[in-house]
Ligand binder design. Structure first.
Ligand code: PLP
Length: 375
């Protein structure tokens, strides 16, 4: 084991990414400023077609955030009062918040203990007479078992919308996330693998009719200015963010590859440390490592020790949604989803980003080794 001197390993480092793109991003800013088209326009149209091509889908509709992408997707697929939608309890609240806001009711299904993704074998039992759809979450950038999920959904006449907020570019059996179900919602929040310099999101699908609803809903229910077919939202994406995203999209594969190298280095270095269990991705997936998650005993103490040594960490997520105050009205107590609950106590997200260095990864692993070896 190398003895590395104290160093800083932030949990996330967005500066490196933007420094390397500063000239291009600044030029894009100038271009948008001079064209003075700030909402819609050519940058937006081009981003939508480039992102659709990237995801291998017929169309993408860019919106103002991942949360709006989810909400408008649910609405476009017809969620209405009393409809039940099934997802997992170990996700960011946006997945379910958007369901309730669309008028739906949230229903959970537990996750697989090895991947922490939706457990297809439990899905059928969660389906009830009011269930209309299923929302698997590609958490950590790892695709959920879509073939199994879609098979159950088809049998019961349900739609499937992927929460692909953490999975831009991830593949499942060779196919990109975004086209694996009936529709998908992406987030381009700055910290995501493809992140804007502000808020942004998109809905992708091969179903043009649903996407034309999303298009209408994002712009006050109008296709033609001041002719409103329905009430909608202001959920449009700024041209400036679209211009930035176009530049970053060209780097995404390279960035995801750098994250893969970092993840395999972590796995290699942590292999012999029996107290640290890496949450693995299924063999038939090509994950993009939005997060690198391990399970450890005494998690809070480990985090504190790493913090002392200059290493930032995270928890995704510390409290499963069914145990949040916000969902107290569902009356689901502790024990309802034991796999997700156990994971919430043990999971620890280690620093990962394209620019993380071998020394930084070594340092994080050395810090963990020291802690568990008691030296
Ligand atoms: C980030 C995220 C969202 C929400 O996206 P925003 O762009 O922040 O609104 C939804 N679901 C998951 C799983 C996410 O990680």
């Amino acid at each position: 084991m190398r003895d590395l001197a104290q160093m800083e390993v932030p949990f996330l480092d967005l500066r490196a990414q933007h420094l390397s793109l500063e000239v291009e991003l600044t030029a894009a800013f100038q271009r948008v400023l001079r064209d003075a088209v700030f909402v819609g326009g050519p940058e937006l149209d081009r981003f939508e077609s480039e992102f659709a091509a990237y995801c291998d889908v017929t169309e993408a509709v860019a919106v103002s955030s991942g949360t709006d992408a989810l909400r408008l997707a649910y609405l476009a697929f017809g969620v209405k009062a009393g409809d039940e939608v099934i997802t997992v309890p170990n996700t960011f609240i946006a997945t379910t918040e958007a369901m309730s806001q669309a008028g739906g009711r949230v229903k959970f299904v537990d996750v697989d203990p090895s991947t922490l993704l939706m457990d297809p074998s439990q899905l059928e039992a969660a389906i009830g007479p009011r269930t209309v759809g299923v929302v698997p979450v590609h958490l950590f950038g790892t695709p959920a078992d879509m073939n199994a999920i879609v098979k159950v959904a088809r049998k019961h006449g349900l739609w499937v919308i992927e929460d692909a907020a953490q999975a831009q570019g991830a593949r499942y059996r060779g196919a990109r996330c975004g086209g694996l179900g009936d529709g998908a919602a992406f987030s381009f929040y700055p910290g995501k693998n493809l992140g804007a310099c502000g808020e942004a999101g998109a809905v992708t699908s091969n179903d043009r009719a649903r996407l034309s609803s999303v298009r209408k809903l994002r712009d006050h229910g109008q296709n033609q200015k001041y002719f409103h077919d329905c009430e909608g939202y202001n959920a449009r994406l700024d041209s400036l963010q679209a211009a930035f995203l176009r530049i970053k999209l060209r780097r995404l594969d390279e960035w995801n590859e750098a994250r893969r190298r970092a993840a395999s280095l972590y796995r290699e270095r942590l292999k012999l440390l029996s107290d640290v269990a890496v949450v693995e991705a299924p063999r038939d997936t090509s994950p993009i490592h939005h997060l690198f998650v391990v399970r450890v005993p005494r998690r809070e103490a480990v985090m504190a020790e790493l913090r002392k040594r200059g290493v930032g960490t995270g928890m995704h997520y510390p409290v499963p949604l069914h145990l949040q105050k916000a969902y107290g009205h569902l009356g689901l107590g502790a024990g309802a989803y034991p796999v997700a609950e156990q994971a919430a106590r043990e999971i620890l997200s280690l620093p990962i980003y394209p620019s993380i260095s071998v020394d930084q990864i070594d340092y994080v692993c050395e810090s963990l080794t020291r802690y568990f070896a008691g030296c």
